[in-house]
Design a binder for this molecule. Structure first.
Ligand SMILES: Cc1ncc(COP(=O)(O)O)c(C=O)c1O
Length: 327
């Protein structure tokens, strides 16, 4: 039994449809209590503020966010008894707003994008004394992935070597924290960043316009350690959305746009690394009525040679139903 819902943070790593001669595994972050990867940094940022004394019992928190960090903070603040105000661009999906309200957060919508939300949150912090978490600069954001996401992956790959980590970039917390920790165990691993094709700041140095929810903030976040990145994949939004529908309909995995982009990019990387001459081992199939637990076939040697690409699906498609994503 867990002492609180916050102890239930943690997600499965699941093999998805992979090209011949390679394996792609995705971390399904929708399994976290607040439904996204952002539960991890939300808890880590609140704990860091508690430890430093910046946040005292019954204190107030304010944060600009395009959604998932707000929901993560709403979960953590509800469980820990803090007052929370979220500033969010009005363009983001209604499900996100309703979820934050359901957890008792106060919501302020602003016209424009995340930069406008950041300005307004700073004003609120100044006016009310509420503590801003600063997810774009706060080291606890990346630290959360260093301390939780990556160690989970290391134990979930069952001794297999990871050849590439493919991760979307918003604040850069997921990529920076996960890559840093995984590189300690797999020093040869390639780190691939994903960004919107129409807003490819990392690849081109220029911001553009796009409608992705959660990734591609249009600037390079302070938190993103660009030195870790070996290459960048850009994915157009219509292609990512098409992949969301494929994942839902053929694999039973419901993800948001950034998860669709992660899947497209991971597939490209896996196709480049694939060694079709190898027979990559299949993971055990579930059999609820089996007398004995299934064991993997293939054996350790095949595992060692078969290229493994790990990616992160940041949230669930349920969060975007009203946008027509799955129509
Ligand atoms: C849906 C979604 N995808 C991707 C990301 C990017 O994650 P990170 O901020 O850790 O770079 C976020 C978070 O901002 C998100 O909410």
């Amino acid at each position: 039994m867990n002492g609180s819902v916050l102890e239930a943070i943690g997600t499965p790593l699941v093999q998805i449809d992979s090209p011949e001669g390679a394996t792609i595994a995705a971390k399904l972050e929708s399994f976290n209590p607040g439904g996204s990867a952002k539960d991890r940094p939300a808890l880590a940022m609140i704990e860091a503020a508690e430890r430093s004394g910046a946040l005292e019992p019954g204190g107030s928190v304010v944060e600009p966010t395009s959604g998932n960090t707000g929901i993560g903070l709403a979960v953590v603040c509800a469980a820990r008894g803090y007052d929370l105000t979220i500033v969010m661009p009005a363009s983001k999906s209604p499900e996100r707003r309703e979820l934050m309200r359901a957890y008792g957060a106060t919501l302020e919508l602003v016209e424009g994008e995340i930069s406008e939300a950041r300005e307004r949150a700073s004003e609120i912090a100044e006016e009310t004394g509420a503590l801003e978490m600063g997810q774009f600069e706060n080291p606890a954001n990346a630290e959360a992935h260093y301390r939780t996401t990556a160690p989970e992956i290391v134990s979930q790959v069952d001794g297999r070597e990871i050849d590439a980590l493919v991760a979307t970039v918003g604040t850069g917390g997921t990529l920076t924290g996960t890559a840093r920790r995984l590189l300690e165990t797999f020093p040869e691993m390639a780190v691939v960043a994903i960004e919107p094709e129409e807003n490819a700041v990392l690849s081109t140095g220029e911001a553009g316009e796009d409608d992705y929810q959660g990734m591609g903030p249009g600037f390079v976040s302070d938190l993103l350690d660009v030195e870790l990145i070996d290459s960048i994949e850009t994915v157009a939004l219509p292609r990512a959305e098409e992949e969301c529908r494929r994942l839902a309909r053929t694999e039973g995995i419901l993800v948001g746009q950034s998860g669709g982009a992660a899947s497209v990019a991971a597939r490209r990387v896996a196709e480049r690394l694939a060694r079709p001459e190898l027979e990559c081992p299949e993971p055990p199939q579930i059999d609820l009525f089996a007398e004995e637990a299934a064991t993997t076939d293939g054996g350790d040697e095949a595992y060692d040679d078969c290229p493994l690409v790990v990616t992160v699906f940041p949230d669930s498609g349920e969060r975007y139903l009203s946008t027509g994503l799955f129509d």
